[in-house]
Design a protein around this ligand. Structure first.
Ligand code: SF4
Length: 579
């Protein structure tokens, strides 16, 4: 069975905003309610519940002085007024696109028009929009109902036609054509959201390429149900699943090609879990290509690739400082990075389960081997460092200790302040960038008996910018899962676009420092050639804008490829005699 995945997936803008607001607020207080379910996804609601976010079915269920979050579907003006009349802190997470439809309905009524709303009359978004139009609204779900409504509206009354943001775009277009044929003066508002439109078009495209579709999303989610509807209209079987446990494995085994798409309220980590589950189900004939693929998976998932890449980066950082890179330095760095990454995965199983479901089975399968390799790697990095001198040994020892205490409870600030180093906002990316800088750019100086020079500073900043933005790339990719498990990354702290901007700024600064250091004679031409790595890192950062579902192995191969490239660039300059 072959699997094809829709390019667009994960939370849409409005859902992401609402969920982020809830998680942020949950950090600051415990008297937090949402009026109705924040999103139609039971798994996310369960995690929110664990964080103390409660669901109030009615306004009266919310205690005084609590904080209430209005969900992305919005509420009626009456409900908003009732909330304001209570001593509550209100966080309005109404999606701006939904708020726009509410305003359009309000305006149409003010201008004396009759609002016809294409939508599901039982859906809370539709109820709220209708309430904004003060009852002068007719809700229709198909052509028959539209005809019936038009016949009751006098021709002297102007019609304003709009849709629930998650409606079927094809049906909407059909209704618009029909309405304009009957009432050419009707005002049409294109209110179906781009996120909905995109996901629906993807399903139509996929439906032509696959034999069946798996649609991932909450059973109560309107936009997910719409995707199921569209698949069936396209004439192919569609199976809606909330989690991997719902996958109809036997039925799916009948199909040669299966497509996977997801609703706008489905978190990206759930899609990854479904894909992993399907991947495990798929029976593939043994072949040499498959053997190579399995081998490469092992290299990536066991962290050998990142360890190898870090050693390559040390080569580039050493050349940048005019220090001859030696194999023992590279072994120390590779061993340290390998051990720390393994430690991270083994001690943070929950995050691995959410963000990298495919790895959980891998770590279980190779647990003994990987743990042995991890211990051997830690010991070898310390032994090699010992032979390089006391300062190198102290640095590696201190960095290994830091890696160990990163997750330990150390201190407490205030009621809910950080207790562990990992609880400090943004700590994961910052600490990782700093740790790489110390062991890759700075360790070689005392180890080689060299002196700290301006080139050391340039190399340190070069390594920091690459390591920091590398970490930002993963943080942006994992932001939805990290938020769920309470991981403190920069992306969780400031959001994805600001994280991208921060990464781009650091890379630009690093590129400038490389040019100036060459002009000032601090570094050789190698600093100009290494700018290619900064550009590569920028492209990787930019790629995170896409909502594509790359496999973890493919994604990491692309990201870690930059580290390998750094040695190639430095090597080229060295061999060509340019430096
Ligand atoms: S689907 Fe569109 S309108 Fe609805 S919450 Fe998401 S972004 Fe907003």
């Amino acid at each position: 069975m072959k699997i094809k995945v829709a390019r667009t997936s994960g939370f849409c803008y409005g859902v992401r905003r609402a969920v982020n607001l809830a998680f942020e607020e949950a950090i600051h207080g415990d008297n937090l309610y949402t009026l109705g379910e924040l999103i139609h996804n039971p798994q996310v609601l369960e995690i929110l519940k664990q964080r103390g976010v409660r669901i109030a079915k009615k306004i009266e269920d919310i205690p005084e002085s609590a904080t209430v979050i209005i969900r992305s579907h919005g509420v009626t003006p009456q409900a908003k007024a009732a909330l304001r009349n209570r001593s509550l802190k209100i966080i309005d997470a109404t999606c701006p696109k939904v708020a726009r439809v509410q305003q359009l309905a309000e305006r149409a009524v003010r201008l004396g028009m009759h609002v016809i709303l294409f939508g599901d009359s039982e859906h809370s978004e539709v109820k709220a929009i209708a309430a904004h139009a003060e009852g002068r609204t007719s809700i229709v779900k198909d052509r028959k109902e539209l005809d019936a409504v038009i016949s009751t509206i006098p021709t002297s009354d102007k019609i304003s036609f709009m849709a629930q943001t998650t409606q079927n775009i094809a049906l909407w277009k059909e209704l618009v054509t029909h309405l304009l044929a009957l009432r050419p003066d009707a005002e049409i508002y294109e209110t179906i959201c781009g996120a909905t439109d995109e996901r629906q078009n993807e399903v139509r495209r996929l439906a032509r390429e696959v034999d069946a579709l798996v649609i991932v999303g909450g059973f109560q989610s309107a936009n997910t149900q719409r995707l199921v509807e569209i698949s069936k209209n396209e004439g192919i079987p569609a199976f809606q699943v909330e989690t991997e446990a719902d996958l109809p494995r036997k039925e799916l085994a009948r199909f040669e090609t299966v497509g996977v798409a997801a609703g706008a309220s489905t978190p990206s980590w759930m899609i990854r879990r479904i894909l992993h589950s399907l991947d495990v189900t798929v029976a593939v004939k043994p072949s040499f290509l498959l053997f190579l693929l399995e081998f490469w998976r092992f290299i990536v998932r066991s962290n050998i690739l990142v360890a190898f890449g870090a050693a390559q980066l040390l080569y580039a950082a050493s050349r940048l400082q005019g220090i001859e890179p030696e194999l023992p330095y590279q072994i120390i760095v590779a061993a340290y990075i390998f051990a720390m990454h393994l430690l991270n995965h083994f001690t943070d199983r929950f995050t691995t389960e959410i963000n990298y479901p495919a790895r959980v089975g891998f770590y279980e399968r190779f647990r003994r081997l990987l743990l042995t390799l991890g211990i051997v790697a830690t010991a070898s990095s310390l032994v090699f460092a010992y032979f390089l001198g006391p300062l190198a040994f102290i640095i590696i020892f201190a960095m290994s200790l830091l890696g160990l205490v990163y997750r330990m409870e150390l201190f407490k600030i205030g009621r809910v302040g950080p207790r562990r180093l990992m609880d400090i906002p943004g700590s994961k990316d910052l600490f990782l960038g700093m740790a790489w800088t110390v062991i890759i750019a700075l360790l070689v100086v005392p180890a080689s008996g060299s002196r700290f020079t301006p080139a050391t500073g340039i190399a340190a900043f070069f390594v920091f910018s690459l390591a920091f933005t590398r970490s930002l790339v993963y943080s942006i990719r994992d932001v939805q899962g990290d938020r769920m498990v309470g991981r403190e990354t920069v992306a969780v702290l400031v959001g994805e676009s600001r994280t991208r901007r921060l990464g781009a700024f650091v890379l630009a600064l690093s590129a400038c420092s490389m040019v100036f250091s060459f002009i000032l004679g601090w570094t050789s031409a190698v600093s100009l050639f290494l700018i290619v790595n900064l550009v590569y890192a920028f492209i990787a950062l930019w790629l995170t804008r896409s909502e594509s579902n790359y496999s973890d192995v493919f994604f990491e191969t692309i990201v870690e490829g930059n580290l390998v490239l750094s040695q190639l660039a430095a090597w080229f300059v060295h061999l060509s005699g340019l430096a």
